[in-house]
Write a protein that binds this ligand. Structure first.
Ligand code: ATP
Ligand code: MG
Length: 474
């Protein structure tokens, strides 16, 4: 199939590249994601890949010279690529190349090649589409593998033998699944089978690249599509074995528990309808991982997962560490969500003010995210229960607002400071100060006193007296 897409190249920068290439006597093309997304009507990407049949670095320099302010060209010698930024667009230039791979690395030996060579090395037919920047055939589509038809058929397919494609660079297996998820495409049968055959090869891929793809899958409209493909192809056990461990239903004495893997995927899809927060989506993905190691069958209680939230939050740390994800506030957030993931459920049946205050005290600024997670966790197929659970959580949410307006627990600051306690009783830093502060906090959370200075000071005096302290100068 062929055609012409001059409309894709309306941005004046494409004419500039065209002119620069002509002045160097080179052919140049826009290739990959930009072309794909334009034809799909996904809007025009801001990162644009340009192939030069010749030196990509020379072309980048020539383009910069023609642009206002001559933007800086960053050169990556090892890859023979160059990058520059102009009016919100990031242009990446590469010389057309042929690649040959060795067993143990995804970094190929490269040599100069033609446009076709370069299209051959692309991962998928839909990513090999190129638009000419030639002055005579500006906008002409070059589509040697029928990528246009695959876009129409919503199909992920490799230009060459899929076994070779995936074995050469196993990251492509994740990219296939990621594109299928982002675009809601199907992976061609041969490709899917090749991914299953080559799954262990994922082990040569750096953790950082794997996490990049996982994040993109998680940020898709329906992440479950990606995770079920990861599971089906066997990739998941190399990447997130904690999730694989959740799969399956056991039955003892006629009692069954739910399949926590498929439940988890439902929760992730649910939460993805209400939030784009990547870390909240991670929390949904991991909220039940503690259930595999804590699963027990009890004669009286049936299936139990005692302490799975605590165990799960510890597993979050190990998982982030293994995947070389930063052990920063995002990790702590995910841990906190997992740790607290059952708290609002207990509340839903009986909402007391003090339980609300404790929830808000423990969850702090994340209390809304926690409620969002709990609502997404409702996957019952019984419509009556579904409605009732949502109504219960709605009541919890209303109560949180009401209690918070009155008691201001959200960013709890002790109403009486340690200094004031020391000053009042004439004591030095000591255990007693902690005891008094804690007692004041407990009294507020329990609703024995309001969260106000006067009441707290009075309570401090009473508590101090109880533990044998005397007010200074009295
Ligand atoms: P997006 O930017 O939305 O992730 P993209 O298709 O632009 O999608 P990039 O990672 O930016 O993906 O790569 C640009 C192009 O480079 C791709 O369209 C593809 O042609 C090629 N490419 C990228 N990674 C690989 C790979 N691992 N193997 C083969 N070709 C690749
Ligand atoms: Mg891109």
């Amino acid at each position: 199939m062929s055609g012409s897409y001059p409309n894709a190249l309306k941005d004046p920068v494409f004419r500039v590249i065209s002119k620069a290439a002509a002045s160097l006597g080179l052919e140049s093309y826009v290739i990959g994601g930009f072309v794909r997304d334009h034809i799909l009507g996904r809007g025009d990407a801001k990162d644009i890949d340009i192939v030069a049949v010749g030196s990509g670095i020379d072309l980048a320099n020539a383009v910069s010279n023609l642009l206002p302010g001559k933007p800086k060209v960053s050169i990556f010698k090892t890859y023979g690529t160059a990058m520059l930024k102009t009016s919100g667009i990031e242009l990446e230039f590469v010389g057309a190349r042929k690649e040959s791979y060795s067993e143990d690395s995804r970094n190929p030996a490269v040599s100069h090649g033609t446009l076709e060579d370069d299209q051959n090395r692309r991962d998928f037919t839909i990513n090999a589409l190129a638009l000419s920047l030639g002055e005579d055939d500006f906008g002409k589509l070059l589509d040697p593998f029928n990528g246009l038809k695959d876009l129409d058929d919503k199909l992920i397919r490799t230009p060459l033998d899929p076994d070779v494609t995936y074995s050469d660079d196993p990251l492509r297996m994740l990219r296939a699944i990621r594109f299928a998820t982002q675009l809601d495409f199907r992976i061609e049968k041969e490709s899917l089978e090749a991914i299953s055959r080559n799954a262990t090869r994922i082990e040569i891929i750096s953790k950082e690249r794997i996490v990049d793809e996982l994040n993109k899958i998680l940020l898709a409209p329906k992440p479950s599509k990606g995770f079920s493909l990861l599971r089906k192809t066997g990739l998941l056990k190399y990447i997130l074995p904690e999730l694989v461990a959740l799969e399956g239903i056991e039955e003892v004495e006629g009692q069954r528990h739910k399949d926590n893997f498929w439940h988890t995927l439902e929760v992730v899809d649910n939460i993805s309808k209400t939030t784009d927060n990547l870390w909240l989506r991670w929390a949904a993905l991991l909220h039940d991982i503690g259930k595999a190691p804590t699963k027990r069958f009890d004669q009286n209680l049936g299936w139990t997962f005692h302490g799975h939230e605590f165990v799960g939050s510890k597993m979050v740390y190990k998982l982030f560490k293994r995947l070389k994800m930063p052990l920063n506030e995002h990790m702590k957030f995910v841990q906190k969500m997992v740790l607290m993931s059952s708290r609002p459920i207990v509340l839903a049946s009986e909402v007391t003010d003090s339980a609300i205050r404790r929830l808000v005290f423990d969850a702090g600024d994340y209390v809304d995210d926690l409620m969002t997670l709990c609502e997404a966790d409702i996957t019952t197929k019984n419509p009556k229960r579904f409605k009732r659970y949502h109504q219960n959580f709605q009541r919890v949410r209303e109560k949180i607002v009401e209690v918070e307006e009155r008691d201001h627990i959200r960013n709890f600051q002790p109403p009486v400071s340690g200094e004031e306690i020391m000053e009042t009783f004439g004591i030095k830093p000591s255990r007693e100060i902690g005891i008094i502060k804690d007692a004041i906090k407990e009294a507020i959370l329990e609703g024995q006193i309001p969260n106000e200075y006067e009441a707290a000071r009075e309570y401090m005096l009473k508590k101090g007296k109880e533990i044998g302290l005397k007010v200074k100068g009295v």
